[in-house]
Ligand binder design. Structure first.
Ligand code: AMP
Length: 281
């Protein structure tokens, strides 16, 4: 397994692999790996000959009052996990390598970046789309694998890749959960035991609605949201940020949920930790 931290060297290796006829599978991450990240690496392995993982905690996607400084990092453990997943190349650029002095260009997906997480994290998706554009330009033609855990991010990236004709195939990979249902997240490490238990109300509420829709068929969106809201608000340690039913493509509000075309998405604070989760309906 190669580890590189220079843009030019990654480009060189990727060009050479393509010349040799290999398909490149790319998994962009911020590191501190859990099974969710590893599932994306396995998907990339299935789809490609050469698997490249980037680890970069992107300052551009954190707001001034967010958790950039305390975002969990463990490069040695991450490299060992990549090795075990038979990753071919890990790209670990520094902030200076990605954003040189005087950096001033951004990529923005206007409509899709506005609601849900975009409304609560101003500038977040601009940071994501800017770094993902840079990474896709560095890696070149590839299948890029993203988790459905960050559902809005996935749709924003899909839209950007289509709008800007970027030579990447965006591949979605399902949410990986802990055995009790909590969606895996690098930030779960911050949850104190009582918060960890309280956080379960998020996945439980989403699952209860999904099971009801599976049993009874489509529902008015208001009813689905109210049902999940009751379950989450019963948990005093959890502060809801948003809970919304949207269409699964453009993330616009919907009247009814069901039939697989909608998503119920939630963001909440549990203690000092912000968690997100979603389910397709
Ligand atoms: P992050 O390191 O949090 O930026 O995530 C890197 C990639 O892993 C993104 O595409 C995420 O959607 C994906 N990811 C994070 N958590 C999960 C999970 N529990 N299941 C599936 N994918 C995930």
């Amino acid at each position: 397994m190669l580890r590189l931290d220079q843009i030019a060297s990654v480009r060189e290796v990727c060009d050479e692999r393509r010349r040799a006829g290999q398909r490149i599978g790319f998994v962009p991450t911020m590191g501190y790996f859990h099974e969710g990240h590893l599932s994306l690496m396995r998907r990339a392995r299935e789809l490609s000959d050469f698997v490249l993982v980037s680890i970069f905690v992107n300052p551009l996607q954190f707001g001034p009052s967010e958790d950039l400084a305390r975002y969990p990092r463990d490069l040695e453990a991450d490299l060992a996990k990549c090795q075990a997943e038979r990753v071919d190349l890990v790209f670990t650029p520094s902030v200076e390598e990605m954003y040189g002095p005087g950096f001033q260009s951004v990529v923005e997906v206007r409509e899709l970046s506005q609601g849900l997480c975009g409304a609560h994290r101003p500038g977040h998706f601009r940071g994501v789309t800017t770094v993902v554009t840079k990474l896709l330009n560095i890696v070149g033609p590839c299948s890029a694998v993203f988790g459905e855990k960050d559902f809005q991010q996935l749709q924003v990236v899909r839209q950007m890749v289509a709008d800007l004709s970027l030579p990447a195939q965006v591949v979605a990979s399902p949410i990986v959960r802990e055995p009790d249902g909590l969606a895996m997240s690098s930030r779960n490490v911050f949850l104190q035991p009582a918060d960890r238990a309280a956080a379960l109300c998020l996945s439980r509420a989403l699952r209860a609605v999904a099971e009801r829709v599976a049993r009874e068929g489509p529902l008015p969106a208001d009813e689905a949201v109210a049902m999940a809201r009751r379950m989450i608000e019963a948990e005093p340690r959890v502060q809801l940020e948003y809970l919304e039913a949207r269409d699964a493509r453009m993330l616009r509000p919907v009247e009814r949920v069901g039939g697989g075309a909608s998503v119920l998405a939630v963001a909440a604070r549990v203690g000092s930790t912000r968690l997100i989760d979603n389910t397709r309906l």
